[in-house]
Design a protein around this ligand. Structure first.
Ligand code: FES
Ligand code: FES
Length: 150
């Protein structure tokens, strides 16, 4: 039986089994491939999306748990979110694979804490691994987007 999901402000009907992780439904059924598969076991943060505005791991979220929950993916930020603008101006990505997850964690942070401290950034971003080591540029871009002095 199809399951209705609220994705990026619209309702979609999907046919995947209820226990299917959201990550697979986003990428394979809805073709929203901005959300990345990194580890599949809650260790890397590449699959970070928002559930009702809170960062969450799509690889660990069965679609059966999403009744009445608003899902936002990187596509839902629209491309001109202040973080996306700052990411470009700081030339943050190297390989890019972790970056949508990084931006989604940062977006939840600055939505809740308009002027984050270094400690706030550490706490919010600690679950997002970057194998290319772009951490300094990520931090600088978050501060730029939030209007915080570096
Ligand atoms: S793919 Fe979900 S945390 Fe790594
Ligand atoms: S930019 Fe390559 S993993 Fe982060």
């Amino acid at each position: 039986m199809p399951i209705a999901l609220d994705i990026n402000g619209g309702t979609v009907s999907v046919t995947a089994a209820p226990e299917t992780p959201l990550l697979w439904v986003l990428r394979d059924e809805l073709l929203l491939t901005g959300t990345k598969y990194g580890c599949g076991i809650a260790q890397c943060g590449a699959c970070t999306i928002h559930l009702d505005g809170q960062p969450a791991r799509a690889c660990q979220t069965p679609i059966s748990s999403l009744a009445g929950v608003k899902v936002t993916t990187i596509e839902g930020l629209g491309g001109s979110h202040p973080l996306q603008v700052a990411w470009v101006s700081h030339d943050v990505p190297q390989c890019g694979y972790c970056q949508s997850g990084q931006i989604m964690s940062a977006a939840a942070l600055i939505a809740q804490t308009a002027k984050p401290t270094d400690q706030d950034i550490d706490a919010a971003m600690s679950g997002n691994i970057c194998r290319c080591g772009a951490y300094q540029r990520i931090r600088a871009a978050i501060k730029d987007a939030a209007g915080v002095e570096g």
